[in-house]
Ligand binder design. Structure first.
Ligand code: CP3
Length: 345
């Protein structure tokens, strides 16, 4: 994994899956019962370590990703964050300077101490050849949840604030840049070897806004990490941005870009792969379906991208309805590459 992120072309690409821990696994659902509240679960090192290790035991991925959530950060800043059963995250929205001023980055170290402990224990427990990935939401995506108060909205509140009062909104983004850089530095100091920044809501921004609210803040975080933890690779995930993935790569200085399933394989190979390592991009819905479509699409990705620096992954996180056997099939095809190319036509 580390070699691929440094730009090496490997015979068999490394493999992990976004949201590889979680509800599609019966052992996760069982473990999850030990804590009523999802944030408490994330802040229990025993449970978070176990959840992180579960997919590795089944599928032998090349990387483990810390079990946590991007919304522990607004929680640490002092915003009220709740996860409601069947509803997802609900936050008390921040929509003014006065509300923003109640937040503070001073609590990160103490409040997120259980996350750092989880990382430190994982660094000791996972096999030597398995990389440990730490992560955070990118400023824009975390701000979407902070301002909208939940996911899945039309984002009208945050867009209005970002457009009509951009100086105010910039203060929120600046606070998040500082907080995220501090949080990620502490993750690396605790034992994370790779960082992924999830900008899951970057796709709703137009080009000008994308430069201002995604590329620019990401570049500042990357710069801070280069200084505080030199040599630690950073993977960016600006989801659904189409051809703007190219200015994202050149403008942020990231080591690798994670791509969603709508990004053309030929375009990735031709335009992005000469510039950085690429990660992706199996359709998570095809992973739910399985069968021939799953074999075919997995092979198409391996064929198109394994001639350059590449990490096999999904285009977006595993869905809770995914049959675990389908994940086993993908693991078999990727871990057996290139021999498996002969098996599937
Ligand atoms: O295995 C891993 O990949 C690590 C764990 C992980 C979780 N969330 C666990 C989780 C990671 C990397 C995340 C990131 C995350 N969280 C993102 C960015 C990636 C993406 O999917 O776009 C976002 C936007 C969130 C916010 C979030 N967390 C939402 C919208 C939800 C509710 C929807 C859902 O899938 O349940 C969550 C809850 C959440 N995060 C769960 C898990 C396992 C389910 C909660 C439970 O088990 O009860």
């Amino acid at each position: 994994m580390l070699r691929a992120l440094k730009g090496e072309v490997l015979k068999r690409p490394p493999f992990w899956l976004m949201r590889q821990a979680g509800r599609y696994l019966p052992e996760y659902r069982e473990l999850r019962k030990q804590s009523k509240n999802f944030l408490d679960f994330c802040y229990s090192p025993d449970l978070a370590v176990e959840a992180t290790l579960q997919p590795l035991r089944r599928y032998n991925m090349d990387a483990a990703i810390l079990f946590s959530d991007i919304l522990v950060l607004p929680d640490a800043l002092g915003q009220k964050v709740e996860f409601r059963e069947g509803e997802g995250p609900v936050l008390e929205p921040i929509r003014s300077i006065a509300e923003m001023n109640k937040l503070s980055a001073d609590r990160i170290e103490d409040h997120l101490a259980p996350v750092f402990e989880t990382i430190a224990r994982l660094a000791n427990e996972i096999p030597e050849q398995t990389a440990l990935i730490g992560f955070a939401g990118a400023p824009w995506t975390v701000a979407v949840y902070m301002v909208e108060g939940r996911g899945g909205t039309d984002c009208s509140q945050i867009r209005k604030w970002a457009d009509d009062a951009s100086d105010e909104f910039r203060e929120l983004i600046n606070l998040l840049v500082e907080a995220i850089a501090t949080y990620l530095t502490r993750q690396v100091e605790s034992g994370a070897e790779i960082i992924q920044l999830f900008d899951s809501w970057a796709g709703i921004l137009n080009e000008r806004q994308f430069h201002r609210w995604s590329i620019e803040p990401t570049r500042r975080i990357v710069d801070r990490l280069r200084e505080s933890c030199p040599g630690v690779p950073v993977i960016g995930f600006p989801r659904n941005v189409g051809p703007l993935a190219e200015p994202f790569v050149t403008g942020t200085g990231i080591d690798a870009i994670s791509l969603d399933q709508d990004t053309s394989l030929a375009w990735i190979a031709e335009t992005l792969q000469p510039k950085c390592t690429v990660q992706g991009n199996l359709d998570n819905q095809v992973l739910v379906e399985g069968g021939e479509a799953l074999d075919r699409e997995t092979m198409a990705i391996l064929k198109a991208l394994s001639k350059g620096p590449f990490v096999f992954n999904l285009g977006h996180g595993i869905l809770p309805t995914t049959p675990p056997e389908h994940v086993a099939r993908v693991a078999e095809l990727v871990l057996g590459w290139p021999a498996t190319a002969k098996e599937v036509r």
